[in-house]
Design a protein around this ligand. Structure first.
Ligand code: IMP
Length: 187
C-alpha cells in the first residue's frame, strides 16, 4: 500500500487511476522548505513523511511557470493563487508578447531503501524523483471545471477548466509524472 501525502483528495484519485496498487491519502502537515527547486521541496516532504510513517510514501509538488515572468509563480504558485488570485496572474501576463508557460509536477517516492531510479535526490534516506510537464498558453479565464490555475491555462485551444477530468489527465503534468512513476514502481 502506498501513502500519498497530501491534503488534496483530487490528487489521490488521479494517482489511483495510474497505479494498480492501492493508494491511500495520508494527511501529514510537515513544514515545507523554501526553495526554487520543486524536486528538492518534494524530496524533503517525502523524507519527512517517511520518517513519520516508516512505510512507502509519495509526495507531489507542482507549479505554473510563466516564461514572460521568468518562471513566476513557479514554486510559489499556491501562495500566489491564495494571495493575488489567478485573474491577477493573467493581468500580469496580458501586456507581455509571450504568453507561453508550463505546468511542472514533481513526484517524490521514498521507502527508506537505496533506490535504483533514473533520478535520485541524494540524502538520507534517498528519494526517487519523477517529473511531468505540459506546455501551454496563459489566457483570460475560461471554463468551469478543474481547480487552481486551470481556467487560465490553455492547451490546443481549450483551457484545462474546459476539459473533462479524463481529458486533462491525458495531457497534464501530474498525469505524465504519475505515468513515469507507475512505469518504474514495483510494489
Ligand atoms: P501544490 O503542488 O498542491 O502545492 O500546488 C501548487 C499550486 O499549483 C497550487 O496553487 C495549485 O492550485 C496549482 N496547480 C497544481 N496543479 C494544477 C493543475 O493541474 N491545475 C491548476 N492548478 C494547479
Amino acid at each position: 500500500m502506498l501513502r500519498f501525502v497530501t491534503g488534496n483528495e483530487g490528487k489521490v484519485r488521479e494517482a489511483q487511476d495510474f497505479l494498480d496498487e492501492a493508494v491511500q491519502q495520508f494527511e501529514y502537515d510537515y513544514p515545507e522548505i523554501q526553495s526554487t527547486d520543486l524536486g528538492a521541496i518534494a524530496a524533503h516532504g517525502a523524507r519527512e513523511a517517511y520518517r513519520e510513517v516508516d512505510a512507502p510514501v509519495v509526495v507531489e509538488d507542482s507549479g505554473l511557470f510563466v516564461d514572460a515572468l521568468d518562471g513566476f509563480p513557479g514554486p510559489y504558485s499556491a501562495y500566489v493563487e491564495d494571495t493575488l488570485g489567478i485573474e491577477r496572474v493573467w493581468n500580469a501576463v496580458e501586456p507581455e508578447d509571450d504568453h507561453t508557460g508550463r505546468f511542472r509536477s514533481l513526484i517524490a517516492y521514498c521507502d527508506g531503501t537505496d533506490l535504483n531510479a533514473p533520478t535520485v535526490h541524494e540524502g538520507t534516506p534517498p528519494v526517487a524523483i519523477f517529473e511531468g510537464r505540459v506546455e501551454g498558453a496563459i489566457v483570460p479565464p475560461r471554463g468551469e471545471g478543474g481547480f487552481g490555475y486551470d481556467p487560465i491555462f490553455e492547451v490546443d485551444g481549450r483551457t484545462f477548466a474546459e476539459m473533462t477530468a479524463a481529458e486533462k489527465n491525458e495531457l497534464s503534468h501530474r498525469g505524465r509524472a504519475l505515468d513515469a512513476f507507475a512505469a518504474w514502481y514495483e510494489p
